[in-house]
Ligand binder design. Structure first.
Ligand SMILES: [Zn+2]
Length: 364
């Protein structure tokens, strides 16, 4: 049996994160709101509120005078008290965004990356981009760190890019460590799709159930949130959704299999038949729902976002047709509200989540 010892620092961080989560999702709040939402005692909440106010993370935003009883101080999160930068590293582009403590994207910039770029070339591009973003309003002192969402496979726990698909210079590169040294900032590294689903979960708050983010962008991947936590799999290799087979006699895929979702979709897209490509993706999504029983599917990725309506209606249609077998099955399908920024924003939010999120979840 594992013994769980009460760790005061952990508990303090945990309580603080609970209050921050209420602040993020509720807009304004008062002590009683937090007590009700978290189950903490009024005394504990008062302590946390005092500490967060002293740190500048929340501030009083007025007083509410109820008909009966004492007036209550109303608080709000201070969005510009902390920032994080998020990077979305794709095969040919680097997208950087600046995100505040509330999860709002402030700046977004895309720059080209050299074909088959090396780790050194990426580090230089990151350094230039981070300098530019941190220079806006001189944010250095309020910058929590840099999050990188990148093409996998990669080892999130050890900050290692194992073997980025289609990039020759990326085998077992300790990107987190070398980026921290190069940039002088804490760095968080994760797979692009995992960063993306984090952004969606953060923005939707507690109501976000089991969900997947499907990314169609020079390949097809999926990021998962299951049971309230990010799901990365036993080898941090979950989400190779594009390499599930949908046609046993289909064309040969880059991965060596025949008839993968990705290659069948790609053939349709290259032939200019977007409607068919969207239907192929929809078949994959329905397979995923049969396997995982998800409450929410978020569609994203540059290639998909060129025809969002076509993909949304194909996937929604397929999901509804499939769910007709059982009326109690319902899954929400949406296109990411963050658009092309979702991966970079999620990478930044992962940094904020590590510092200000609920510890048990941030550690996963
Ligand atoms: Zn494949």
């Amino acid at each position: 049996m594992t013994r769980v010892t009460a760790d005061v620092t952990f508990l303090r961080g945990y309580n603080q994160a609970l209050v921050m989560a209420v602040g993020r999702t509720a807009g304004t709040f008062e002590r009683a709101t937090v007590v009700e939402a978290t189950g903490l005692t009024p005394q504990a909440v008062s302590k946390v509120i005092a500490r967060l106010t002293a740190d500048g993370l929340i501030r009083p935003a007025g007083v509410r005078r109820p008909g009966i009883g004492k007036p209550a101080v109303v608080y709000e999160l201070v969005p510009d008290s902390r920032y994080a930068i998020g990077a979305h590293v794709a095969r040919r582009t680097l997208r950087l965004v600046l995100v505040d403590l509330a999860g709002t994207v402030h700046h977004s910039a895309v720059s080209p990356l050299p074909r088959d770029f090396t780790p050194e070339q990426l580090l230089d591009a990151l350094a230039t981009g981070v300098d530019t973003m941190a220079g806006v309003g001189d944010l250095r002192g309020r910058l929590t760190g840099l999050g990188i969402g990148m093409i996998g496979p990669l080892d999130h726990a050890n900050g290692l890019v194992r073997d980025a698909h289609g990039l020759r210079h990326w085998h077992d590169v300790p990107l987190r460590e070398i980026a921290e040294k190069h940039l002088g900032l804490p760095v968080h590294l994760d797979k692009d799709v995992t960063a993306g689903i984090t952004a969606e979960a953060w923005r939707h708050g507690a109501t976000f159930g089991d969900a997947a983010l499907i990314m169609v962008e020079s390949g097809i991947g999926a990021g998962f949130r299951l049971g309230g936590a990010t799901h990365r799999g036993a080898h941090t290799n979950a989400g190779e959704f594009g390499h599930t087979v949908v046609d046993l006699t289909g064309p040969r895929c880059v991965c060596g299999r025949h008839g993968c979702l990705e290659i069948v979709h790609q053939h349709a897209a290259e032939a200019g038949d977007v409607a068919h490509a969207a239907r192929v993706l929809a078949v994959g999504v329905v397979n995923l729902l049969q396997t995982l029983d998800l409450a929410h599917v978020v569609l994203a990725g540059a290639d998909l976002l060129r025809h969002p309506q076509t993909y949304l209606s194909a996937v929604t249609g397929a999901v509804q047709a499939d769910a007709r077998r059982a009326a109690w099955l319902s899954t929400r399908v949406t296109v990411s509200s963050l658009g092309a920024d979702v991966i970079a924003a999620g990478a930044a939010i992962q940094v904020l989540d590590q510092h200000y999120g609920i510890p048990a979840l941030a550690a996963s």
